[in-house]
Structure formats: C-alpha cells, structure tokens
Design a protein around this ligand. Structure first.
Ligand code: MSP
Length: 665
C-alpha cells in the first residue's frame, strides 16, 4: 500500500475572517499535500475552525447572535477563501461537528475514570484574551501584565499534566525531529526547565456557557484548548472505545493516520501543542505527532505580528482577487519569500518586486520565449532533441540537481529553498537562450541547432511546471497544457524521476503541438488595480495636510557672525560695585571692587574714568563678564569686564536691578 501522509493546520478562531497569517499555514500545508499526492501517496489534509470558547462567544454576543448561528455564518467566509486559494483539504473540521463533540466527551470520561482529571478550588490570575490561568512566573517573566489579568476564584477540573513533565522531556531527547525548527525545540526545552503544573480543563458555565459540556459535571464546559487540540485525533476516527472508531473513507483504522506526520502551527501556539497536547496524548495512551512545525509570523513594517485585533492584517481576498496579483502569485510569494520558520515583513512593494523578478522575468519570460520562438520559427510543434552538446549536457545536470534539491527541501517544509533550487534551472534556461541566440540561428537557417535549443527550453518549462503544480497549481497546469502534456504523462514522469529513472530534459513528445497563449505572469510596472485602489482609498482617508506656510527668506548673516555655542561660552553675571578708585598708572582707568555673589569681591579695571567719577559708581549694579581669564592691566589685576555702551567713548554702563551673582542671559 502506498505511503500515508497526514498533515494538519491549526483550526482557526471564527471570531473574524481569514487574513494572510491564516492563509499562510494553509497554503503551506496544501503545497506539501499536492506534492505528496503527485508522488502517489495517500494524503489526508485537515484544516478547519475552532468554534468554542470565550472569544467566539463574546463576538457572537456582540453581533446579537446565538454562538452556533454566528459560527455557521463565519465559516462560510473561511471556506470561500480557502476555495479561492485552491486549497484541497480532505476535511474542513468544525469543533461543533457532532463526531468531535462525542469524541471530546468520551476522552474526558476516560481520563476522569482513570483519575487523570480531578476537581480543585483555585484562585489565580486569568487572561481573558488567551483564555488561560497565568502563573506568577509568567507575570514575573513579563509574559503578562497584571493590568490585563483578572483575579478569579473558582472550583475547576484539572488534568494531571504535571505528572508527564519527565516523560515529555525524555520524548524530546529521544526524538530530536519532534519539534522543528531547532530554535523552537530549544524554546520548549527552556519552558520545561520549570516544574510543569497541571492544566485547568474546565470553565464554569455560569461564567462562559459556550463549549462542550463536561460529561461528569453539567455545571461546566470544556476549556477551549482541550477541546480544540483533540480535533486532530477526532478526524482520524479515534475513539477511546476501539469498537467505536470511525476512520474516514478509505482508511480502516485511525492508526493508519496517527501519529500525524506534521502539525503545522504558528510560533505563538507552540506551547499549547508541544506541551498541553503531547501530555494529553500521554494521558490517553496515544503517541504524539511525528513533527510539530512552528512557523514564523508575517509582520507589518514595524515588525508587529499581523492580527485582526491590531487591525494591521492584510486582507488575503484582496491579494488573490482577479484584478490583483492572483492566487498562484500569492501562493508562490508566501512560500518563496521567507523560510518557513522565520518571520517576514509584508509589503505590497516587496510582493511586486518578488512577482516581477521571479514570476514575470524568470519563469514567465522563459515560457514566453520558448513558446513564441517555437511557434514562429518551428511551426508550433515540439522539435526533435537533435545532437546534445556540452551546453545541453550542462543543462541536464542542472535539471537533475534542481529536481533533487526541490524534492528533498520541500519534504522538510523548506519551501523557499525548494523553489530557490528549481529557479537555478529556470535561470539557466534563460541564460541558455541568451548564449545560443536562437534568433541568430533562425536567421542563419541553422534549423537543426535551433530545434535543439528550443526543445531544451521547452523541456525546462516542463520540469518547472511539473514541480510547480503544488505551489502554483493553475499556472503550472496552464503551462503543461500549452506543452501538450497530459496528467498521466506528468505523473509517470514524476515517478520515474523519483526512482532516478529518467533521461533528463527529454520528457516531451517530438511533434506534439504547443500553444502560445497569454503570458503566464504579465509584468506589473505598477500595482494591479485592486491594490492601487486600496492605496488611493488609504490616501483619501488620511486627514488633509495643512497647507504649508510660505517660507520666509533667511535674515542676512553678519560678516563676523559667531554661532550660538561660541556666545554661550560667555558667563554674564550681576556685579554690585562696592568700591572705586582711580588707577595709579592710567588716567582712563578706574579700579573697581565688585561683588559677584561669590562671597568675595573681584577687582576689575574698567576704561570708564572719562565718563564716571569713582564715587558715583559705588552702589551700582552692573553686568560683568565673569569668566574672562584674569590679567594685569598697567600693574593691577583685573578679573572680568563690565558691559558698557559706546564705541570709542563710553556712553553708559549696563545696569540691572538684581542680586549680585545673578546670571544674565
Ligand atoms: N484556535 C487556535 C488554534 C487551535 S489549534 C488546535 C488559534 N487560532 S488563530 O486563528 O488565532 O490562529 C491560528 C493560526 O494562525 C496560528 O498558528 C497563528 O500563528 C497563525 N497566525 C495568525 N496571525 C499570523 C501572522 N501574522 N503570521 C503568521 N501566522 C499567524 O490560535
């Protein structure tokens, strides 16, 4: 029997519509599933919606709707967006589905009977948004702010999660690939360095009635995460009572699907999956998932996670609309732009750059050149391979390498590296055209050489589209159709290529008709209409800018101008003249004793004897330049200067009515 591949996305809260963060995980899961299906594997792809809990309840109340009616209404948008994104899921899971409610109830009863669940009074800090009791350590570590928490005292049911701490630590040691990427594994190991507490798995109905009732106490509903995490197992047909298993069509037992190959989650929900979910499974006696892969976030320009609550999320429906970049370009962008474990800043300009470079210039151009030259000069038929020279031999090696890289990287969910590897071939194809110059071969009537070149270009288009079916399904099928390749032909080729059993770049049938058609990815010099309209609407919504005042011309700068810093060096202070006498050696000078508020008097020689008698100055408060270096003037020390008016002859001294020592500015 062929290999089975089971992959899940998180189930999304139905308190809003999908945005690019949700689309991202789902596109990634869809791409690997399509590739596995192409490989002939038995694939089960699960996605869906998380419909219980406080957030959904509060949104329903705000809308004035019954919670279930609200979910039914919202789920339509999720399914519609996933359909537009070409997502081929096997089941769209809803936690309000009857089989899930029955399974959660059965698991709870089993764990309760086994003594894995107990009741206890508890007083603790509760975060309403995240719907969890927060520990003092979380607050100390700054993960939560007390202002956002409510202190709650209530009796609840608890799962003995703490008793599985050691088992989980050991599981991480024994299974290094269990959590990926490694940075996330280290995060979980760090978390487990602390003692693992028990998990509160109930909410009193009196506080929050929207959830699956506890089978052993009708006053309570199940905590939303305990309910939601079980979706992955419910979908396999698992039931604690083996006779009641109900696997999906085509499967005979839940164990054909479990443990799932991958749970894809965002890094914000790593702990709930790595710790809550794994220990829940330990409690049930069921093994954990094979690989929990936590990807990064799409962020806005300022590095903040895009989310509905922050209002900074990009509308996925807008990106994929027909008058926008479209579904396939969007799928390609998300998988190519960043590594699956890393964060990435989203911008429409970044999108356009990637689109134009990879899709319009590289792949689109290669396809258009190959198809148009073959149409124009070789009658629109796949030409014969002709003789293989060193250039063609090199291309075959590049093709083999690109294929091997694509296959091994995509299997590890390194989508960007897989595409990067494939692009080595696409770029080599364009370079091959540039160096062989088919237009010159055509002009010179070198038909056989022209045929070899065009055949190789078309062969590269084939390999690219055969592999790209999982990322850009519609455009890849479009290109395969233009090359006259049937689905069976492509599947047979893929299987042979995987088995190492192909002659590279010789898959097409000579003589088959090709079709030129429209360009695959037309270049966008400007953003397409939907995005341009969005920018225009955003611009219009901005408050009108104040008209700018006409600039006044700058005043003239004096020839001997100084800058402020130079002036600021001068310390001016109020000085009180206490005594005054004529200078013994200079008629124009008076020798003054001035109190500058320093607890002593300074001696200052001033050239003001022509204007003032010594007596009339005593008692005046004047302005002193206080930080002038002392110097001797005609044998007398002078520690400063007085400010006076008059250029050649002194007209007056500057006087102020302030205390000695006061700063003058
Ligand atoms: N309902 C829970 C999951 C329960 S799974 C048993 C939940 N739902 S959610 O709708 O809030 O988020 C679902 C997923 O979307 C998470 O994996 C989250 O990381 C992802 N993203 C939400 N915003 C995101 C970005 N801006 N970027 C990438 N993914 C992000 O959590």
């Amino acid at each position: 029997m062929s290999e089975t591949f089971y992959i899940t996305t998180p189930i999304y809260y139905v308190n809003g519509r999908p945005h690019i963060g949700h689309a991202y995980t789902t596109i990634a899961a869809d791409a690997i599933c399509r590739y596995r299906r192409d490989k002939g594997h038995r694939v089960y792809f699960l996605t869906g919606t998380d419909e219980h809990g406080q957030k959904v309840y509060e949104t329903a109340v705000k809308r004035g709707m019954e919670p279930k009616a609200h979910c039914d209404d919202m789920v339509v948008h999720w399914k519609a967006t996933f359909a537009k994104l070409d997502i081929q899921y096997d089941r769209f899971f809803r936690t309000t589905d009857a089989d899930h409610i029955a399974n959660v109830s059965a698991v709870l009863s089993m764990l309760h009977e086994r003594g894995e669940i107990y009741q206890q009074d508890y007083t603790g800090w509760y975060h309403v948004g995240d719907e969890i009791f927060v520990t003092e350590k979380d607050i100390e570590d700054g993960k939560y702010d007390k202002a956002d928490l409510k202190e709650i005292s209530e009796s609840n049911y608890w799962f003995k999660m703490g008793s599985y701490g050691d088992k989980l630590r050991q599981h991480l040691e024994d299974n290094p690939g269990f959590i990926q990427p490694t940075s996330r594994l280290n995060e979980v190991k760090g978390f487990l360095k602390n003692t693992l507490g028990d998990l509160c798995i109930s909410r009193p109905k009196a506080r929050m009635p929207w959830g699956i009732p506890l089978p052993f106490d009708e006053e309570y509903v199940t905590y939303v995460w305990f309910d939601a995490l079980l979706n992955y197992l419910t979908a396999t047909g698992y039931h604690p009572d083996a006779d009641k298993q109900n696997p999906p069509e085509g499967f005979n037992s839940y164990e054909e699907l479990w443990p799932a190959n991958f749970h894809l989650v965002g890094k914000d929900i790593l702990t709930t999956h790595a710790v809550y979910w794994s220990t829940m499974l330990f409690g049930m006696g069921v093994p954990p998932v094979q690989c929990l892969y936590a990807h990064g976030w799409w962020t806005s320009k300022d590095g903040a996670k895009m989310s509905k609550s922050k209002g900074n999320a990009i509308d996925i429906d807008l990106l994929i609309a027909q008058d926008s970049y479209g579904v396939d370009a969007t799928r390609y962008f998300f998988l190519r732009e960043i590594g699956f474990g890393s964060d990435g800043g989203f911008s429409y300009d970044g999108f356009q750059t990637r689109y134009n470079a990879d899709l319009a210039n590289d792949l689109g151009n290669l396809a258009h050149r190959g198809l148009s030259m073959t149409t124009n000069w070789l009658g629109g038929k796949v030409p014969a391979l002709g003789s293989i020279g060193p250039e063609e031999q090199n291309l075959r090696e590049v093709a083999a390498r690109a294929f091997a890289t694509f296959d091994s990287e995509i299997e590890q969910l390194h989508f960007n590296k897989a595409l990067e590897g494939l692009w080595e071939l696409v770029k080599a194809g364009n370079k091959y055209i540039d160096t062989t110059q088919p237009w010159a071969l055509n002009k010179a009537g070198k038909t056989e050489e022209l045929q070899t070149v065009m055949r190789h270009v078309l062969e590269i288009c084939f390999v690219a589209s055969a592999l790209l079916r999982c990322v850009t399904p519609a455009k890849a099928d479009d290109l395969l159709g233009k090359l006259s390749v049937t689905t069976d032909q492509r599947s047979a080729w893929l299987k042979s290529a995987l088995a190492g059993d192909v002659q590279w770049l010789s898959a097409l049938n000579s003589g088959d008709s090709i079709t030129l058609g429209d360009p695959l990815f037309p270049r966008h010099k400007k953003h397409p209409p939907a995005i341009a309209d969005l920018f225009a609407a955003e611009e219009a919504a901005k408050p009108a800018k104040k008209p700018k005042k006409a600039k006044k011309p700058a005043p003239p700068t004096p020839d001997d101008a100084i800058v402020y810093d130079e002036f600021a060096k001068v310390r001016l202070r109020v000085g009180h003249i206490k005594a005054s006498a004529k200078h013994d050696n200079a008629d124009k000078l008076l020798v003054l004793q001035v109190d500058c508020g320093e607890g002593r008097t300074r001696q200052i020689c001033a050239g003001i004897a022509g204007k003032f008698s010594p007596e009339e100055l005593v008692g005046r408060k004047v302005v002193v330049v206080a930080n002038l270096a002392p110097r001797k003037i005609r044998g007398e020390w002078s520690e400063g200067m007085l400010l006076a008016a008059g250029e050649k002859e002194v007209v007056d001294l500057l006087s102020v009515d302030a205390e000695p020592g006061e700063v003058v500015r």
